[in-house]
Ligand binder design. Sequence first.
Ligand code: MG
Length: 293
Amino acid sequence: MGVSRSTIRGGMASVSEFLLGKKMIVAKSQKDMEKMRAVGELIAEVRETLRAMVTPGISTLELNAAAEKMMRDAGAVPTFIGYAPRGMVPFPFAICASVNEQVVHGFSTEKPLEEGDIISMDMACTLNGFVGDTATTVPVGTVDDDVLQLIRVTEECLGFAIEQCRPNRRLGDIGWAVQEHAEKHGYGIVRDYTGHGIGRRMHEAPQIPNYGRPGTKERIRAGYCFAIEPMLNMGTAETKTLADKWTVVTLDGKPSAHAEHTVAVTAEGPEILTLTKEQKAKINISNAKTAAT
Ligand code: MG
């Protein structure tokens, strides 16, 4: 779930908003980092399970129910349920399910997904006091090539941004990595919602916009954990919020894609926390092959 820039500017109602406002970035201890790894792996398992369930005919309510069950069965709490930043009605679902022109924070419904749709699923859970946050956009059946490209470029932007999560880089480097790649493809970069620090709370300092200037903003240090989440629109970057007070849609009705990982900054570089055991094993094998050649 992204941070609304207007929410942050608007007030200091909660501790997390207070921390965001004061820009107190919390570096995690090794012990905390182990908990971040555990919750990251769990929410990644949920994400991959949902990805595999996406097919024409399934409803977002079914996806939401599956996610909530997996979280609770693992002893975790769905972080989104009841989440209510200042002035907001509490979010009612375990996942944000945003279809086609919906950018983020979409409500789950009984309406079946249709061939050619795309579905962005954003989810977070809290385990042993720490939060993991991840999102992915999945094609439903066969989808137009230009829409597939939007999804692919959004994922590439996430990858380039993660590459910047190293000690002594700056937050502006992360934003620039997304901006440069997205603009090369002519996509609208959503500016109303940003990535964020993450840990004991879902939204901690700093805000991490998907645009920026290289070499600017706070210095990145080992122990920081970030939720990086580019949101790219096929057309205009402008968005509006629907009457349910949560669902964000593109102003021009064109599709939007979202990809998010929770990432830890280590002395050696970025560590993606929201990978499944299987995904981590694959990376280890390919790293070993690279080392051997
Ligand atoms: Mg998030």
